[in-house]
Design a protein around this ligand. Structure first.
Ligand code: NDP
Ligand code: 2IT
Length: 444
């Protein structure tokens, strides 16, 4: 058994019942074999064993009171995974499915994603099994204040800087920031995704979706291709999906389908994004309403049917494992050319193989959705410098970062003899910087 296999086997034994964490670790570690073969000093230093073990895991109770006076208790998490190249950085997810396995898979991915941005940020992730759906603003505030009343002692502008993820957007970041500031009596960049009125950065709202389209456009450009005239499917209808749609449309693509967790809409002439924004951002409603408002559009219950719609480009932007082997096969059969992951780990391991064997250009999450956290790091830079850049300046920096990520992962894949395999390229390019820093720090 080689070093990677030993570490993976042990990880599964020591962390039972964590299937998402096993999945992310398997995807990452199996691609690192050629790197650790070249560097026998890594095994001697127990580097992979340390890489897959979080530096710190914080779990806490979050009690809060609903509008009827009933007491609820949720679970809170912050996994501070790796600080070798910078302070822990990564989002908070509020969704009923959240558990330790999910936060650990997200944290592990985040380490390499943050490294790929080229900016000095380590990896972390957190969240709660709290379900924001259907809650009043006061209930959201009560929950966020209780969550931060424990979290504040573990985070800090130079220690650990959380941001948004599923179920955590501008409203939640505002309440979390307000409580942090109140407890610590300091107005610092402890969270990113802040409102523009209190230290946020322009473009952070759009960054993940825009970045996803920028890197996909660069992969297209390298093949003499572009978004112009492409038919695109985007799953999800939250922050990432909406701004991926906006940028893809502005580059001349036709986005024909999107979903929420209940079902999908299909609009063969192209989705009207202002209506999606009104339903999702303004009213916090259900996507079903789109088909009631737009003639010619249809709605179907259930999510996986979306992948049966023929398209050139698929941008999964909702959640983990939303594309399984069967959906991947249908996409390939229908002629998909590019799959770029806006969500974290939206494709199962089997689905990834189907794409790679089917000749699809596949851009994995840690490269494709790094624009969000990269712009978070730009927000950190701006707030420490107490200087703010224009929309155009931040957008230009984001675009450059995504273009560089594409070329770095392409180069790493080629260097190791896996031309066009961006799973290999992203994992290797991201890992090398983290490994170099960890080796420099000694056994810590
Ligand atoms: P939002 O909460 O804004 O939107 C999430 C969207 O995905 C909603 O449309 C939601 O539907 C849907 N969704 C969530 N869970 C499921 C599910 N189990 N089945 C079907 N649909 C589901 O989150 P974001 O847009 O911020 O995040 C989307 C993805 O992008 C996540 O994987 C996140 O980790 C990743 N990501 C986010 C970044 C960011 O900056 N926000 C950065 C990088 C990655 P419904 O409303 O019905 O729940
Ligand atoms: O998965 C992610 O990269 C995010 N949710 C964004 C993290 C961040 O710190 O901006």
């Amino acid at each position: 058994m080689n070093y990677v296999e030993k570490v993976l086997k042990n990880l599964k034994k020591l962390n039972p019942n964590e299937p998402e964490f096993h999945q992310a670790a398997t995807e990452i570690l199996t691609t690192l074999a050629p790197v650790v073969d070249k560097h026998p000093e890594y095994e001697a230093a127990g580097l992979l064993e340390r890489f897959v073990e979080p530096e710190r895991v914080v779990m806490f109770r979050v009690p809060w009171i609903d509008d009827k006076g009933k007491v609820h208790v949720n679970k809170g998490y912050r996994v501070q995974f790796n600080s070798a190249i910078g302070p822990y950085k990564g989002g908070l997810r509020f969704h009923p499915s959240v558990n330790l396995s999910i936060i650990k898979f997200l944290g592990l991915e985040q380490i390499l994603k943050n490294s790929l941005t080229g900016l000095p940020i380590g990896g972390g992730k957190g969240g709660s099994d709290f379900d924001p759906k259907g809650k009043s603003d006061r209930e959201i505030m009560a929950f966020c204040q209780s969550f931060m009343t424990e979290l504040y002692r573990h985070v800090g502008a130079d220690t650990d800087v959380p941001a948004g993820d599923i179920g955590v957007g501008g409203r939640e970041i505002g309440y979390l920031f307000g409580q942090y500031k109140r407890i610590r009596n300091e107005h610092v960049g402890v969270l990113t995704g802040r409102g523009l009125a209190y230290g946020g950065s322009l473009v952070r709202t759009e960054a993940t979706g825009y970045g996803l389209v920028y890197i996909t456009a660069e992969a297209m450009k390298a093949r003499g291709d572009s978004f112009k005239g492409k038919t695109v499917i985007i799953s999800g209808s939250g922050n990432v999906a909406i701004y991926a749609c906006e940028k893809a449309q502005s580059l001349g693509a036709k986005v024909v389908a999107m979903y929420d967790s209940n079902g999908y809409i299909y609009d063969p002439v192209g989705i009207k994004l202002d209506i999606i924004k009104d339903i999702k951002e303004v009213k916090r409603g259900r996507i079903k309403e789109y088909a009631e408002r737009v003639a010619g559009a249809t709605y179907k219950e259930g999510c996986s049917g979306i992948w049966t719609i023929p398209c050139d480009v698929a941008l999964p932007c909702a959640t983990q494992n939303e594309i399984d082997e069967n959906s991947a096969k249908i996409l390939v059969k229908n002629g998909v050319k590019y799959v770029a992951e806006g969500a974290n780990m939206p494709s199962t391991l089997e689905a990834i193989s189907v794409f790679q064997n089917g000749g699809v250009v596949f851009l994995p999450a840690k490269a494709a959705n790094a624009g969000g956290v990269a712009t978070s790091a730009l927000e950190m830079a701006q707030s420490s410098g107490r200087m703010f850049w224009s929309f155009e300046e931040v957008d230009e920096k984001l675009k450059n970062i995504m273009v560089n990520i594409y070329h770095n992962i392409d180069k790493a894949a080629k260097e190791y003899g896996y031309d066009g395999n961006y799973v290999m390229g992203a994992n290797i390019a991201g890992f090398i910087k983290v490994a170099t820093a960890m080796m420099a720090h000694g056994i810590v």
